[in-house]
Design a protein around this ligand. Structure first.
Ligand code: 5AD
Ligand code: SF4
Length: 420
């Protein structure tokens, strides 16, 4: 979602006559769009600010995103920055930049009732694979997580607005759209429709080839959405469904409101609808009080699922969350050891998933040029990176045969160019 928000902020500033640059040295304005989910991400912001200041070019610096939301004026105290803008207020970025240029204070961390989306310029150009935020915020309050505090309560954008934005993205070149939300499958509208209704409507856009969505919560995985995986060909066979841990005691302490068993039974239903679905997840090791035996339940759950890929993290206490005050801190070396063992299991399954693709034919959406001339990169339906030699161009759908697999990517040969 930070990628999406970054694009929208760039579009806002483009409407003010600015152009984007990849060179921090050449910039008049640097926007750091920040993440507050773990301490490491937050600390990075301060080292980035220090590095920018050292360049000597002295650009205006704006801190956007969840660190801005959580720390507010503290950032201005700790580091000399010009603008601080939270994730629900960034439609005001042009005004804040103008205020800062006029020497006025420029801090906005409001969470207005009226959404920012109505104040953003229309989408114009898009790469082949586009993000589209449909839902934001979270009401789940997992005890370790800052998201409900930094992104705010769950809100869903309107059906019509989302479809309008999707059409604009497709007109601008998108062939794949990934619907985004902290709880994307909690999307709903005033008519009581769910994410599956949105997906079925997007399915009707002829030039749109692929639909994805992320991130989902197990409790919002409705039968309608599961059925969409069976019925809608454009809905790609990939599901990111974080579980966090395999021990029911830990899950309860995390306030996850599902058990290991209810999660596994849910995956059975998803696999019944779409047998080839690639599964992905998020894991936290070293939650307060987690014992070795409880950690091993996480490893057992991983063995039972066979993830195609997954993200795993050491627990990071976040100020203001309930877990930050829980007893039973797990020592860093124990967390390191558990993370290593978990990642070894996840990597083993990822490699097995990729190996199983060898010999198969599939379609790849070409997203960018590869490392050497004539090579292009794109994604398989199961979100694997695929590289192959071709004279196809960015945005083409190409049918390939997978010939070799590594842990993080596949290599393929082109079969025939699918009709553009
Ligand atoms: N410490 C470690 N990982 C966390 N996540 C969220 N909060 C924390 C935390 N305090 C992880 C969860 C979530 C992902 C986006 O980040 O696994 O699903
Ligand atoms: Fe955070 Fe996700 Fe839990 Fe919401 S559901 S509190 S975003 S981990």
């Amino acid at each position: 979602m930070n990628v999406y928000d970054g694009e929208r902020m760039a579009e806002l500033m483009a409407a003010e006559g600015m152009t984007a640059t990849d060179e921090a040295n050449a910039a008049d304005l640097v926007v750091l769009n920040t993440c507050h989910i773990r301490e490491k991400a937050t600390e990075k912001v301060y080292s980035d600010i220090g590095r920018l200041r050292k360049h000597g070019s002295d650009p205006m610096i704006a801190i956007a995103g969840c660190v801005a939301q959580a720390e507010g004026a503290e950032i201005v105290r700790r580091a000399k920055v010009d603008v601080v803008v939270g994730p629900q207020a960034y439609h005001n970025l042009p005004k804040l930049v103008a205020d800062a240029a006029a020497g006025k204070p420029a801090l906005d961390t409001d969470m207005p009732a009226e959404s920012k989306f109505g104040h953003l310029p229309a989408r114009r150009r898009s790469g082949p694979s586009a993000f589209l935020t449909v839902q934001e915020g979270c009401d789940k309050f997992c005890t370790y997580c800052v998201v409900p505090y930094t992104r705010g309560a769950e809100i869903s954008r309107s059906f019509a607005r989302i479809i309008d934005e999707a059409k604009a993205l497709v007109d601008g070149g998108a062939r794949e759209i990934t619907l985004l939300g902290q709880n994307v499958n909690a999307w709903t509208d005033t008519d009581g429709r769910g994410l599956d209704a949105l997906i079925r409507e997007l399915d009707r856009l002829p030039a749109l080839e692929r639909i994805r969505y992320t991130t989902s919560h197990p409790n919002d995985m409705t039968q309608g959405l599961i059925d969409a995986h069976r019925d809608v060909e454009k809905l790609m066979p990939f599901l990111h469904l974080p579980v966090q841990a395999g021990s029911d005691r830990v899950l309860k302490a995390m306030n996850r409101s599902h058990t290991a068993d209810s999660y596994l039974r849910l995956l059975d239903r998803v696999r019944a609808a779409r047998p080839d679905i690639a599964l992905s997840g998020d894991f936290i090791v070293g939650f307060p009080g987690e014992t070795e035996a409880e950690f091993q339940e996480t490893l057992r759950l991983v063995d039972a699922v066979g993830y195609a890929q997954a993200y795993s993290f050491k627990y990071s206490p976040r100020p203001g969350t309930p877990a930050a005050d829980m007893a039973g801190e797990v020592p860093m070396e124990v967390m390191d050891d558990r993370l290593q063992r978990l990642q070894a299991s996840l990597l083993r399954d990822q490699k097995a998933f990729n190996d199983a693709a060898v010999g198969r034919t599939c379609t790849v959406l070409v997203e960018r040029a590869g490392r050497h001339a004539g090579q292009m990169l794109g994604k398989s339906p199961w979100l694997q990176s695929v590289h192959f030699d071709t004279d196809a161009r960015i945005g083409d759908m190409v049918e390939v045969e997978i010939v070799a697999a590594g842990p993080v990517s596949l290599s393929a040969v082109e079969r025939m160019r699918a009709a553009a």
